[in-house]
Design a protein around this ligand. Structure first.
Ligand code: ANZ
Ligand code: ZN
Length: 880
């Protein structure tokens, strides 16, 4: 846990949070569980380190699926949501995810959404919420508008992120949040975040910052002026047309009678096309001439005004100057409609044209270079020329420098029942009025059945709340006259944009949260969840946090400095476990029944590196479950039946590969026995202690750093290795002085006492053994909390293993001690070397093969095998 350890945060608190789950009828799958188990491991580890850990859970309860499902089943979404949440809670408890359930919140609870509404009003008062009309994505299937972030590009066109149905654009009056005011900060502050790179890149791209200039083109013979946004003001003298978006407000006015039909046709076509599709380079752009001409602001020549699909209404100013010589899309447009091309930037080399992928002399050259045919700017380089041109335009009032963002304001209103009502009252004389704080919450009206969304007389979506007189009819908070309530509800993402603040103080009835408590716990130290929320939720939550910060209500301006994303768990067929294919969704319940919660937890962690997608393979649990049983036998001193399984499975897991465990028999025992006989008993005991301490301390260090780095699979693999090492040391030592392998331990097992395990050991060895086993159990505790606890208590500890303090490696054990290793060739001792105690097998192997004496004894023969017994010997086996 970077930052959590080492006292960086003097508060010694850790706020661990997993994404706010949306309870659905299908329940939690083993895929969901992957991130809840990870969060719980981090939580339990931090508690053992003495941190006060905030690890809450609650339910993102509002939203469309809940509403749709409830309507389909003829039930109320409140009822279904509670039922589904209960099931989620049951499943989380099944695997002992240790949440502070006293903080549980439901976002559909009026005591919660009251504060969501309060926050909406905070935004409203700060000028960050407004009603506007815009082209809205409209999903006919879900009967709702969608934010840009909620539209995906399907094979047939833009689709709804929920139902995958095709969506289209409609003009709808709508509530927006002015997230664009925060574009720059949302972008800049990405640099300070410890997040997966991919997610940062997606946010950066979504915000889409471009530096450039606005340039104003007067329309010939009219007072109209069209402003374009360009990132290349240096190419101004190469503009040969003005192209405005089909949605541009001036289009109708500019279009002459004879061009109306063609323009109207284009406008109609663009309505259902996604922005990506409209800008596709796979086909020529489509456009129509308006009949109007613009005047070049510096050169004075006339340019035709066109409209075309590839110019988007919501970017820049919704209009461009087409420079076919230097822009690829403009070049394609010019080719399609035979527009003139004027070269104004002389390229430094011809490379650029080559990289443009065309030998066509009419392909664009997009590089920078020396300006030509550009009036008094000719001879300047692109950068300098662009700056000078922008300056002149600004001086003449015809434009200026401008930074443009792709990010659009967040359309937050939904014409649906199951959401937090927007707390606004519309009064004919006073206009929109915020509902006074003391009147919050504006409650959703009780209804027997969820009302069906409707449309108004013009076919525009209308909130079903508009048809409930008891809800809409009210008095103006300002003048007291009859007025109407806003019937729209908030997008469910509003609730999840601040819930992490509420968790610090979930039952506060006086305020959204207490300032001191927020100071105590914020920010969230670990936020854990999948990449599917890369843009939507994470961007919205950052935005609201910055607003709270600006309002003096939050001490932090980034809510989630550290984000960790788990990979997806795929079903047998390699597809995402999806509710739409329920037969492929694996739920945890059955695995817990068959293997126990600990085996499932450990397997969730072990199955693959945390951030990688992985196919669920139930078979793999067997191996993990076998390992846990082995830990049990070791801790209980029942070792006789279990010896010598060494670590190929662990090694494989460390490489991140298959989790299946092959039972591999060891071949080193006999050799070890042979070597041991060459030593005195006293020597052996010292060596046993050393080996136990080294194995344990190495494992403590490595397991701890693996857990801190979210390399949970490595941590589990390392614990498996430690388990094997302890078994091997025990077997070798117990056998010393006994005639038959394991006979004495068989005795111990039948006598059933823990002491039996170290039969024949002296006190010091036994102490080292106990220390090693206790450490193993402590390291195991966050991963397999039940097994660890049971064994801990069976070993006679009075208090819980979870209250024990996390072990720290004893560096002295690891670094100072040097030991002598015997090098054998075909079982005969040929040399000795001194190495650091605990030197890994692979290094010992290399050292042996590099040893000159050993090499002489190998001579020409083939090395058939190299057997390594850590801290004791290496035996090189030769022959065919
Ligand atoms: C003239 C020009 C000449 C341009 C040239 C580029 C190269 P980014 O980098 O994505 O910000 N543009 C501006 N507004 C647009 C809109 N609403 N729809 C489609 N395209 C638009 O891109 C900025 C460039 O994209 C702008 O610079 C403009 O084309 C185009 F050699 O202006 B440029
Ligand atoms: Zn009024």
């Amino acid at each position: 846990m970077r930052g959590a350890e080492g006292g960086e945060d003097e508060r010694r608190k850790l706020y661990v949070l997993e994404y706010f789950p949306y309870p659905s009828g299908a329940g939690l799958s083993v895929g969901h569980l992957r991130n809840y188990v990870a969060g719980d491991v981090v939580t339990r580890l931090a508690r053992m380190r003495g941190y006060e850990v905030l690890h809450p859970m609650g339910w993102d309860a509002f939203g469309l699926p809940a509403e749709n499902r409830a309507r389909a089943e003829g039930r109320h979404p409140l009822e279904t949501t509670r039922e589904f949440a209960n099931n989620y809670r049951r499943q989380l408890e099944l695997v002992s995810c240790s949440y502070d359930w006293s903080r549980e919140i439901f976002s559909c609870d009026p005591e919660y959404y009251r504060w969501t509404q309060w926050l909406f009003l905070l935004l409203y008062r700060r000028g960050l919420a407004y009603q506007g009309t815009g082209r809205q994505w409209w999903c006919a299937e879900c009967r709702t508008v969608l934010a840009n972030e909620q539209v995906e590009l399907g094979a047939l066109g833009p689709t709804c992120w929920r139902c995958n149905g095709l969506v289209e654009r409609r003009e709808v009056p709508q509530w927006y949040l002015r997230i664009t005011d925060y574009a720059e900060r949302l972008l800049q502050d990405l640099d300070s975040l410890d997040w997966p790179e991919g997610i940062v890149a997606m946010q950066r791209q979504w915000i889409g910052r471009s530096e450039g200039a606005d340039i104003v083109f007067p329309i010939d013979g009219s007072d109209e002026r069209i402003t374009v946004f360009t990132t290349r003001p240096d190419t101004l003298f190469g503009a040969t047309a003005l192209v405005i978006a089909p949605e541009h407000a001036s289009l109708a006015q500019l279009t002459s009678r004879e061009n109306r039909r063609a323009v109207a046709e284009l406008v109609g076509r663009c309505r259902t096309q996604s922005d990506v599709d409209r800008q596709s380079t796979a086909r020529a752009p489509r456009g129509a001439f308006t009949g109007a001409y613009a005047v070049h602001p510096l050169a004075g020549y006339r340019l035709p005004v066109w409209t075309a699909d590839y110019v988007l209404p919501e970017y820049g100013s919704g209009a461009i100057m087409a420079v076919p010589a230097h822009d690829e899309r403009d070049a394609a447009f010019a080719r399609a409609y035979d527009l003139p091309v004027r070269t104004v930037v002389k390229q430094k080399s011809s490379d650029d044209r080559a990289t443009a992928g065309a030998s066509d002399p009419r392909a664009a050259t997009t590089g920078h270079g020396e300006l030509v045919h550009s009036g008094r700017y000719s001879g300047l380089q692109s950068d300098e020329g662009g700056r000078a041109i922008t300056q002149e335009l600004a001086a003449r009032g015809l434009g200026g420098r401008r930074v443009s963002y792709r990010l659009r304001d967040w359309s937050i209103g939904r014409q649906r029942y199951w959401g937090a009502p927007i707390p606004i009252v519309h009064c004919e004389s006073c206009g929109p009025q915020p509902v006074p704080e003391c009147d919050l919450p504006v409650r959703l009206p009780d209804v027997a059945a969820v009302p069906v969304p409707t449309t108004d007389a013009e076919g525009r979506p209308l909130s079903p709340l508009a048809a409930i007189p008891g809800f809409v009819e009210t008095a103006c908070p300002n003048c007291g006259r009859p007025a109407r309530r806003e019937p729209d509800t908030m997008d469910g993402f509003a609730c999840s944009s601040w819930y992490f603040f509420r968790f610090v103080d979930p039952h506060n009835t006086e305020a959204a949260f207490d300032a001191d408590k927020v100071r105590r716990y914020m920010p969230v130290d670990y936020y854990i969840g999948g990449a599917e929320h890369a843009v939507m939720h994470l961007l919205y939550a950052r935005f609201w946090t910055k607003v709270l910060y600006d309002a003096g209500l939050s001490p932090v301006h980034e809510p989630f400095p550290r984000l960790r994303s788990q990979g997806m768990v795929l079903d047998k067929t390699g597809k995402k476990m999806s509710k739409s294919r329920p037969q492929h969704v694996v739920v945890p319940d059955e695995a817990v029944d068959r293997y126990g919660a600990d085996a499932l937890r450990a397997y969730e962690l072990f199955i693959a590196p945390f951030d990688q997608d992985v196919r669920w393979d139930e078979e793999g649990i067997h191996g993990v479950s076998r390992w846990l049983r082995r830990v049990w036998r070791i801790s209980q001193g029942e070792l006789g039946s279990d010896r010598g399984r060494r670590g190929p499975q662990a090694a494989r897991a460390r490489a991140g590969g298959s989790a299946r465990i092959d039972p591999a028999a060891a071949r080193s025992e006999d050799v070890a026995t042979g070597a041991a006989e060459a030593r005195s008993r006293r020597d052996r005991e010292v060596s046993t202690i050393t080996r136990l301490r080294t194995a344990t301390n190495l494992a403590i260090g490595q397991v701890t750093s693996a857990l801190d780095d979210f390399r949970f699979n490595v941590a589990v693999a390392r614990l498996m290795e430690l388990t094997n090492e302890l078994a091997t040391i025990h077997a070798a030592s117990s056998r010393d002085g006994h005639d038959d392998e394991g006979r004495s331990t068989e005795h111990a097992r039948s006598s059933g006492t823990a002491e039996g395990q170290s039969d024949g050991w002296d006190d010091a060895s036994r102490a080292a053994w106990d220390e090693a086993v206790d450490s193993l159990l402590k390291l195991l505790a966050p991963i397999a909390p039940h097994v660890a606890e049971e064994l801990w208590s069976r070993r006679g500890h009075e208090s819980s293993v979870h209250a024990a303090s996390w072990p720290r490696p004893d560096e002295a054990q690891l670094t100072q001690r040097r030991i002598e290793i015997v090098l054998q060739v075909d079982g005969t001792v040929r040399a000795r070397v001194e190495v650091a105690c605990g030197t890994p097998e692979e290094s010992l192997r290399e050292a042996a093969l590099a040893d000159p004496v050993v090499r002489r004894w190998i001579a020409e023969r083939r090395v058939r095998d190299v057997i390594v017994v850590p801290d004791r010997l290496v035996n090189v086996v030769t022959g065919d």
